[in-house]
Design a protein. Sequence first.
Length: 202
Amino acid sequence: MDEPVLLSALQHFVFCPRQCALIHLEHEWSENAHTTRGQQTHERAHSGQNEARDGVTTLRALPLTSRQHGLTGVSDVVELHAGRPIPVEYKSGRAKPRLADEVQLCAQALCLEEMFDATIPAGFIYHAGSHKRREVPFTPDLRAAVLAVRDGVRDLLRDRVLPPPAADDRCERCSLFDECEPFAPRAFPPGYDPFSTTLEDR
Ligand code: SF4
């Protein structure tokens, strides 16, 4: 059986497959302002006690797993409304491009559905900056995207090949910019032979 895929790896893969490989294959990690803020937001979400108020039980840092879908991780917050779990993911900054946050949240829901034998139609992303939560419906397309991304992560970890850099605006906010060197020259173009080319030809 395949190793379960980390929920965080799904988010990294959607954001940038190369970032996912650097973190989960090469075990690179660096902090920048974005990751430090995100870390503090997650720590706040995980701190404090589980509590019950107004009929809602709040569980923090709940370990999540799905044997059926091969996923594992830890939630920020799970709210139990009349026993039905609803995942809430805490985010410090603006929404990540390409539905990275939504995929991570829906993957949590797939775990919770299996753990609680429940159907979860939607969850929430809480934006710490605005103190607002945004509802994310778990549509069939989003659920299918989670499984497709999981397969992409599995292929990446199995093949152990570092994907090419995105080299676009994602890199500006990426904490692994220095390790990745996304704009560094990499390979000579096809047909280019540096030993038979004169300086004038370059
Ligand atoms: S610097 Fe750019 S290409 Fe490199 S890992 Fe980050 S987002 Fe991906």
